[in-house]
Design a protein around this ligand. Structure first.
Ligand code: MLT
Length: 253
């Protein structure tokens, strides 16, 4: 797995395929392996680039809150290091928050947007409080609490992806989990960013996602002119893992 140095700190990423750069950003609390089916079979005509966010997977942890802007700046630095001027930028859930932040920070680098089971709305006060509880629990007790709370909602119970997903979640650094939970709580409203965005956009949602109900997808679709919504049957929150073939069809279409 290659890496770059960001001010002396290692930042790892996976790469596969060739063609138009496609930066895919992972959700919480995963790492680049959550895009394993896409890395194994990259969409034709795309150079897939999938980093581990700071503290996740093999990328080095940075103390403090990991804001969505921080994660977006790391990803932009990776594009710089790879001498990529613009990429299609996509993300699942928290990865979508980072994709929206990146679009605000450097819109010229975004040649297309792929928003997967994510949302443009920020957390309300109760949501922020829940994030803080998750952060404190992770710091005190490790990742078990977040794994138990999230896993049943991430993929359908029959999904063959479930055991590997759980193992990946259990490998994450609890401090990175806490830092990202607080970072998600601090994220700003993305609606203005999406309504200003004028490039191509696909919104992909699992039909049975209970974390991000379809309403969230429709809201983003109404904000982005010309965007298309693709609902994947037989999938919950992680359609790229649960239905990789159907997911690939959307990317290829
Ligand atoms: C994720 O999958 O990244 C999280 O469910 C996002 C969130 O908690 O808002």
């Amino acid at each position: 797995m290659p890496s770059i140095s960001l001010g002396g700190r290692s930042y790892f990423y996976e790469e596969a395929g060739s063609g138009t750069p496609l930066l895919l950003l992972h959700g919480f609390p995963f790492d680049s392996r959550s895009y394993a089916p896409q890395l194994a079979k990259p969409p034709s005509g795309f150079r897939l680039i999938v980093p581990d966010h700071r503290g996740f997977g093999r990328s080095e942890f940075v103390p403090g809150v990991a804001t969505m802007d921080d994660l977006a700046e790391d990803a932009l630095a990776l594009l710089d290091a790879l001498q990529i001027s613009a990429a299609v930028v996509g993300g699942v859930s928290m990865g979508g928050y980072v994709a929206i932040a990146l679009t605000r920070l450097d819109p010229g680098r975004v040649s297309g947007l792929l928003l997967i089971d994510t949302q443009s709305t920020p957390d309300d006060d109760a949501g922020k409080q829940r994030r803080e509880t998750v952060a404190q629990d992770a710091e005190k007790n490790g990742v078990d609490g977040v794994v138990k709370a999230l896993l049943p909602k991430l993929v359908l119970p029959t999904s063959p992806a479930l055991p590997a997903l759980e193992a990946m979640m259990r490998e994450q650094n609890p401090l990175a989990v806490a830092a990202a939970s607080r970072g998600m709580a601090a994220r700003i409203d993305g609606k203005d960013i999406l309504s200003r965005y004028s490039g191509p956009c696909r919104i992909i949602f699992g039909e049975q996602d209970s974390i991000m109900p379809l309403e969230k997808a429709k809201q983003m679709q109404s904000l982005i002119q010309g965007s298309t919504l693709h609902v994947i049957p037989g999938a919950a929150h992680l359609p790229n893992l649960e239905q990789p073939e159907l997911f690939a069809e959307v990317l290829a279409s």
